[in-house]
Design a protein around this ligand. Structure first.
Ligand code: A3P
Length: 260
């Protein structure tokens, strides 16, 4: 972790896609892959946009040669918090956030179905862990607040999952302008088709990033909606998280940008 967070230095030309888990990372990864390569995925999405995590480093603490060999602009995916993400004041960062209620529901389903986590608790136990920030990558609030405070950094582009749902074309155009990746009308048509929920759900190169427990369906691309939490959270749970939103996001402009 020390090497990854403190010594690994992104290249000036790198583009870093950062999110709290379950906030639309894979959706944007696919869009960025298409913007960068102008063609559909031909292998695991992580071959194109690697995940910046420890196993990608070899025993000499160097990023594995296949990732070093990626020609610029290289795009890397991370879930690290702003204060520990590898920094370079020339490279570009894209941060996508999603409302914390839908993230909770999505993360619960992802965690329970995942081979790696070994979690088999109830949804109400998971709720307690989520509010305490004792889930992967810690508290949603800490994560989102840390990145949001960088909103005026010229090398930072922030957007939300809900923005992508309602304004997909505008957001793709803004990302193209921010990254300098060329976007034509024809390429946009391909991105819109390849990034649609239906196409992504059936794309084996996308689902490969997730290893389900035996007997579970692969569930990386699950429902893809805004507001699914309304069928899951109890009135009490909703009240508790609303109070947390008011207290933790008090005075921050992100409070009014959240869409539920
Ligand atoms: P749900 O579990 O609510 O369906 P991440 O990639 O950061 O883990 O985010 C996963 C979430 O993004 C899942 O949410 C997934 O269904 C949703 N998602 C992925 N691709 C999508 C798309 N093309 N359209 C809408 N939602 C998408």
């Amino acid at each position: 972790m020390d090497y990854l967070c403190n010594k690994f230095r992104p290249r000036d030309t790198d583009i870093i896609l950062a999110t709290y888990p379950r906030s639309g990372t894979t959706w944007l990864q696919n869009a960025l892959h298409l913007l960068r390569h102008k063609k559909k995925l031909e292998s695991n999405i992580l071959d194109s946009i690697p995940f910046l995590i420890l196993p990608q480093f070899d025993s000499d603490k160097k990023l594995k040669p296949e990732f070093e060999a990626i020609p610029p602009p290289r795009i890397l995916k991370t879930h690290l918090a702003w204060d520990i993400v590898p920094k370079n004041d020339k490279c570009k960062y894209i941060y996508c956030y999603r409302n914390p209620k839908d993230v909770f529901v999505s993360m619960y389903h992802h965690t329970i179905a995942s081979h790696g986590f070994g979690y088999d608790g109830s949804i109400s136990d998971f709720w307690d862990l989520y509010l305490k920030g004792e889930v992967e990558y810690g508290s949603w609030f800490d994560h989102v607040i840390g990145w949001w405070q960088q909103k005026d950094n010229p090398n930072m582009y922030l957007l939300s999952y809900e923005d992508l749902q309602t304004n997909f074309k505008d957001k793709i155009e803004e990302i193209a302008a921010f990254t300098g990746l060329e976007l034509t009308e024809e390429l946009y048509e391909l991105i819109a088709e390849e990034c649609s929920f239906k196409t992504m759900k059936s794309n084996k190169f996308v689902e490969k990033i997730f290893t389900p427990k035996p007997g579970e369906n692969s569930a990386h691309i699950r429902k893809g909606t805004v507001g699914g939490w309304k069928e899951v959270l109890t009135a009490d749970q909703n009240k508790v998280i609303d109070e947390m939103i008011e207290s933790r996001l008090k005075g921050l402009s992100i409070r009014d940008k959240l869409v539920f």
